[in-house]
Design a protein around this ligand. Structure first.
Ligand SMILES: [Zn+2]
Length: 320
């Protein structure tokens, strides 16, 4: 066991990273992809999102990767497909080919290519088991952070890891509260980022990344999703993070709803303000939405609370 630990600590410390002048001093002038991907994977193992030795390129993995990325190289764009693919050269990361016995060869690894050709990746079983234990996971995380980043960003990277876990805990907590039939309490003491991201993650998952009004569901190759989490009664009014005060809406529907040109009836049908029918408007996909019952989440008990949609009709909707 100890031998395995030392082996993987060394493997993490000696990850191959290409040097280039585009990378700042904080990442030692080398591409930071691989250590960031491993940090993100470790966070998802710790929070219990990755529960088997099969790592998939999910929106949550990309989101977690991006939080680390923003922390160290916010000015540069990234492609998570790069480290997901090239990590296989490190020996402990194995791509799972879609077709058995075939080898995965990808010229320009994009997320789309990874998903087309693989069923994800698995770690050496010994490494996967080490990552299940808090103590060994922390040692590996520390080894990564110390070897690949300067001390100026190390504390911040540990902070990102805490944020990831707290976002997850908050999103779980919100779901539990809803199941108990309790309202989300005021969370003024929590950091804004955790509160917003936790609410967003819970709502977007609940509605399966689909707009409740117009059915739009689009994700970019790197798993960014077109829907946003809308508060029905704005947070500024009642600080109500109950998931039943939320809706997953695309950008257009979110804006139209917040502006009060759309609202919901007690029967969950979409109501149009007369202003939406103005002859100068072109409302595109929304045209067919009037009178339709919205998509409700799974489980359906988490659909919007009647008092929230009533409040929206009374306070936001352009009734005349
Ligand atoms: Zn929409």
């Amino acid at each position: 066991m100890f031998k395995a630990m030392d082996f993987y600590i060394q493997a993490f410390q000696t990850l191959q990273r290409s040097p280039s002048s585009v990378w700042p001093e904080s990442v030692l002038g080398k591409a930071p992809y691989k250590p960031i991907l491993l940090l993100a994977v470790m966070d998802l193992i710790e929070e219990g999102t990755i529960t088997t030795n099969c790592i998939r390129l999910t929106p949550t993995l990309t989101e977690t990767f991006e939080r680390y990325w923003q922390c160290v190289v916010p000015d540069r764009s990234y492609n998570i497909g790069m480290p997901f693919y090239h990590m296989h050269n490190e020996g402990f990361w194995h791509l799972i080919p879609k077709e058995e016995k075939s080898k995965v060869g990808i010229q320009n690894p994009s997320t789309a290519q990874i998903r087309k050709k693989t069923d994800g990746a698995r770690l050496d079983q010994e490494l996967y088991e080490l990552l299940q234990e808090n103590q060994s996971r922390d040692r590996l995380r520390t080894a990564l952070v110390r070897s690949h980043f300067t001390s100026s960003v190390q504390a911040e990277l540990h902070g990102v890891s805490n944020t990831t876990l707290r976002i997850y805990e908050y999103s779980r907590w919100l779901i539990e509260q809803s199941q108990k039939g309790e309202r989300g309490k005021k969370m003024a003491t929590r950091q804004v980022q955790i509160r917003e991201a936790g609410f967003r993650r819970a709502i977007v998952d609940l509605y399966n990344h689909q707009c409740a009004f117009c059915n739009l569901r689009i994700q970019t190759p790197d798993e960014h999703t077109a829907v946003q989490a809308a508060h029905i009664i704005p947070w500024s009014e009642k600080q109500d993070d109950d998931l039943r005060n939320g809706l997953a809406l695309c950008g257009v529907c979110h804006w139209t709803f917040d502006e009060g040109l759309l609202t919901l009836g007690d029967d969950y049908r979409i109501l149009f303000s007369d202003h939406l029918h103005a002859p100068t408007h072109t409302i595109g996909a929304l045209k067919d939405a009037e009178g339709r019952i919205i998509n409700t989440p799974n489980p359906s008990e988490l659909k919007p609370r009647p008092d929230t949609i009533q409040w929206h009709r009374e306070h936001v909707f352009w009734d005349v």
